[in-house]
Design a protein around this ligand. Structure first.
Ligand code: HEC
Ligand code: HEC
Ligand code: HEC
Ligand code: HEC
Ligand code: HEC
Ligand code: HEC
Length: 481
């Protein structure tokens, strides 16, 4: 496998920055729990051989079969059979990610965007992330159909454990850390009365220095009087390098606002941090979806005291702030970012009652039905996984990340010209995992029209594109037309 090229920070906000050095113990699972400092460690032998290895990186067998030796059918080494898409734990159900050879998703029941789907009978997959083979990461790279890469379990997961959701690598191997326009200082924000109508409000923004925001970029204001409520507003019109217009549904800022800054609404990036000697409180550019008890690794701040490794969240004062213990009080001169998607809390068991919720509240069994709440404590508040997964998938599928209004704006890309929104971090809203599963699906694409889509791409006739529901039932989870 290629080793990950580590991109420099520069002034850009970079997704999932950070490669961990000495890893403290995390709430990971199985042999994937980091053990640095343990001088009698055992788990290495689960996967590595010093002299008789059969694959690169001294793996005892080829990587896909190595993982399948514990995560395959009837394999005793784990309770998650990702090959057949089922959990063999007591009370276990179909796996969230589907499966590689078979999946047990009840793909005919996508009646509601928040429904908990029952366990279906495992059936042969109709599309999958084909591990162990070369494939095209559609929408990867700068142009054309996509980038060809070797895909393995370890492309997406860190076999050694890293404290992230499902031990996902912060940036997938073969993928690229996304870069976003840098935050800039705001001169003024003024409501555009002409464009505003109904419950959609438009605001004209003037920045004091040149910015690189593009149409469809989601942006958030920070420290801007009265405009701070504009979290994830969308750039609709770019007039010149210091003037653009954003829109936002249902947020009506009455008076002209000044000061502060505007940044790309990426939950992994920080607008700032403050320390009082015992606590450091970080401010994200978007709703972070984190909860007390989850662990975060943060890099890129100056002074370095604000950078932490697997620090436990002690408070979430708001949906865009959270605190960890720390003694630094110095003023911040450079902001950093969070590494990866924080792991879920609680016991990792998949049951038929909870496996198919689109959120990551599956450990409590409580689905977050509303999409209008404002915090994790409130129904509808996003979770760390939902808030960040679209950016994560886009480290390989770079051009597929699309903001609100992308359906009405020509991106200039010859192939991905107009796109459905895919970056909404709220539950029940358009993000990758609301429409797709991560491993493979048994959804059928046999309908007259659905089956024809694949024929536009060589070798993909009847392709179900990892969708959760048969044909385009996925669309009617939200639109019901
Ligand atoms: C669950 C299987 C598994 C276990 C357990 C495991 N490894 Fe690995 N290891 C891998 C895989 C797979 C790779 C290749 C990753 C890639 O493709 O980049 C790897 C790569 C490595 C590498 C080189 C790249 C890197 O990530 O630094 C080292 C060194 C390494 N392992 C050491 C260890 C040691 C030491 C232990 C025990 C403390 C251990 N591994 C436990 C699966 C495992
Ligand atoms: C020696 C057995 C073994 C091998 C080999 C193994 N795993 Fe695991 N893995 C486990 C166990 C045990 C768990 C704990 C949960 C369970 O029972 O599935 C686990 C859990 C996981 C999880 C879920 C972690 C979480 O946070 O919930 C992922 C993802 C995973 N493994 C990926 C891999 C990948 C990728 C490979 C190959 C590089 C691999 N595993 C190889 C035993 C193994
Ligand atoms: C394209 C990236 C990708 C590849 C390749 C991949 N996974 Fe995953 N995997 C994910 C994501 C993302 C999730 C979390 C899905 C969710 O929570 O909805 C996941 C979840 C899991 C889980 C938890 C159970 C579940 O269904 O959520 C296990 C175990 C796991 N993967 C093991 C593996 C093994 C073993 C392989 C190789 C055979 C593999 N993964 C290949 C992205 C990948
Ligand atoms: C490591 C890079 C990588 C990551 C991360 C990744 N993908 Fe992929 N994706 C690929 C590759 C490579 C293929 C082509 C696979 C093949 O041809 O078997 C692909 C194919 C797909 C396809 C088309 C499958 C088909 O058969 O038509 C969909 C849909 C997809 N990915 C969605 C996602 C989603 C959703 C996520 C996040 C959960 C994700 N991908 C994360 C590399 C990646
Ligand atoms: C609103 C539902 C929806 C969302 C959100 C969504 N997709 Fe898709 N995706 C689809 C459908 C439907 C297809 C099948 C082809 C089509 O209709 O364009 C597809 C196809 C794909 C493909 C296959 C080839 C291609 O480019 O058409 C990839 C890769 C993909 N999606 C990745 C992603 C990623 C990554 C995200 C998140 C950033 C995402 N999708 C979000 C519905 C969605
Ligand atoms: C998770 C819910 C969800 C799913 C699933 C979904 N949509 Fe949407 N759709 C939305 C939202 C929300 C918007 C408005 C997005 C924006 O701000 O640009 C939208 C916008 C659209 C638009 C632009 C016009 C409008 O109504 O704003 C079209 C066309 C559309 N969707 C078609 C589809 C199709 C076709 C599918 C199935 C492939 C689909 N949608 C799946 C939620 C969804």
């Amino acid at each position: 496998m290629k080793r990950l090229a580590f991109l420099g920070v520069g002034s850009a906000i970079i997704l999932g920055l950070g490669v961990m050095g000495a890893s403290p113990a995390f709430a990971d699972n199985g042999p994937h729990v980091a053990t640095s400092g343990d001088m009698t460690v055992d788990r290495c032998a689960g996967c590595h051989r010093a002299h008789t290895a059969q694959d690169s990186y001294l793996l005892k067998t080829a990587q896909t079969s190595l993982c399948a030796s514990c995560h395959g059918a009837g394999a005793p080494g784990s309770t998650t059979d990702v090959i057949n898409g089922v959990s063999t734990a007591a009370g276990g159900g179909a796996l969230r990610a589907g499966g590689f050879t078979k999946a047990a998703i009840d793909t005919a029941s996508g009646v509601s965007k928040t429904s908990v789907f029952a366990l279906g009978t495992p059936a042969t997959t109709t599309s999958k992330h084909d591990v162990g083979a070369d494939g095209t990461a559609w929408g990867g790279g700068a142009s054309g159909q996509g980038t060809t890469m070797a895909l393995e379990c370890g492309s997406c997961h860190d076999p050694h454990g890293n404290g992230n959701w499902r031990i996902l690598r912060p940036v997938a191997e073969g993928g690229t850390a996304l870069t976003f326009p840098s935050p800039v200082s705001v001169t003024s924000v003024t409501k555009n009365a002409t464009l505003s109508s109904g419950t959609t409000y438009y605001y004209d923004v003037v920045t004091s220095a040149a910015n690189t925001f593009k149409v469809t970029n989601p942006v958030t204001f920070y420290g801007t009087t009265t405009a701070d409520g504009l979290i994830g507003a969308t750039v609709k019109v770019v007039t010149d390098t210091t003037h653009f217009t954003v829109s936002m549904r249902s947020v009506n800022v009455a008076v002209a606002a000044t000061g502060g800054s505007v940044g790309y609404a990426n939950p992994l990036a920080f607008a700032g941090v403050s320390g009082d000697g015992t606590t450091m409180t970080y401010k994200t550019w978007n709703v972070h979806g984190l909860a007390v008890g989850q662990k975060v690794t943060i890099t890129g701040f100056t002074p370095a005291g604000y950078n932490v490794s697997a620090a436990t969240i002690t408070a979430t004062p708001s949906t865009t702030t959270f605190s960890v213990a720390g003694t630094t009080t110095a003023a911040v001169t450079a902001t950093g970012s969070m590494s990866g998607i924080a792991d879920a809390l609680g016991t990792k068991v998949y049951t038929t009652a909870n496996y198919w919720q689109v959120d990551d509240h599956n450990y409590t069994g409580t689905n977050q039905a509303s999409t209008t709440g404002t915090g994790i404590a409130t129904a509808g508040g996003p979770t760390g996984f939902i808030a960040n997964v679209s950016q994560w998938c886009s480290t390989c599928h770079t051009r597929v990340l699309a903001g609100s209004g992308a359906w009405d704006v020509n991106s200039g890309d010859a192939m991905y010209t107009f796109e459905h929104r895919s970056n909404n971090g709220k539950e029940g809203s358009p993000n990758c995992i609301q429409c797709h599963v991560a491993h493979g699906t048994n959804a059928s694409a046999s309908g007259t029209y659905s089956s024809a889509v694949g024929t536009e791409i060589t070798g993909h006739a009847g392709d179900s594109f990892l969708l959760r529901v048969d044909n385009r039932g996925t669309c009617n989870m939200c639109h019901n037309l």
